[in-house]
Write a protein of this length. Structure first.
Length: 129
C-alpha cells in the first residue's frame, strides 16, 4: 500500500517535472528517458542527479572522470534537452562559482525535490506569494 506521504512526494515530483519541461522548453522527462533508460522513470524518479546551470539549462551529472594526461579531476555531464551533448569540465569549475551582476553564484546548482518551491520560482523567474 502506498502511503499518503509517498503520494505527496510523487505529486511534487510530477509538478516539478512539469515546471522543468516549461523552463527547459522541451519534454524533459522524454529526454531524460532517452539518456538514462526507462527504468529510472518507471521507478518514479531520477537516479542520476540533475543540475541547473546558472544560465538556466539542465544537465544530468554523469560522474567524476580523470584526465589521462594530467590526472586532473573533471566532471562529465549531459544536456537534458537538445542534442544531449556530453560535456567535461574541471571539477573545481563545475562546483565553483561565477560572478553574475557582481555577486558570486554557483555555476551549477543541484536540483532537489525537497527544494521544489525554490527551484520552481527560479525556473519561472518569479517569486511565489
Amino acid at each position: 500500500m502506498v502511503s499518503s506521504e509517498e503520494i505527496k512526494d510523487k505529486q511534487a515530483f510530477f509538478d516539478w517535472v512539469e515546471e522543468l519541461n516549461k523552463s527547459c522548453k522541451c519534454d524533459a522527462v522524454r529526454e531524460y528517458v532517452k539518456i538514462n533508460g526507462k527504468a529510472d522513470w518507471l521507478h518514479g524518479g531520477f537516479s542520476k542527479p540533475i543540475y541547473r546551470h546558472y544560465k538556466g539549462n539542465f544537465y544530468v551529472y554523469l560522474g567524476e572522470v580523470t584526465d589521462s594526461e594530467t590526472s586532473e579531476a573533471k566532471v562529465a555531464y549531459q544536456a537534458v534537452c537538445g542534442q544531449h551533448e556530453v560535456w567535461v569540465r574541471p571539477k573545481e569549475m563545475f562546483f565553483g562559482n561565477v560572478e553574475v551582476d557582481g555577486k558570486p553564484v554557483p555555476r551549477f546548482e543541484k536540483v532537489d525535490l525537497k527544494d521544489l518551491e525554490k527551484q520552481t520560482e527560479k525556473s519561472n523567474g518569479q517569486k511565489k506569494d
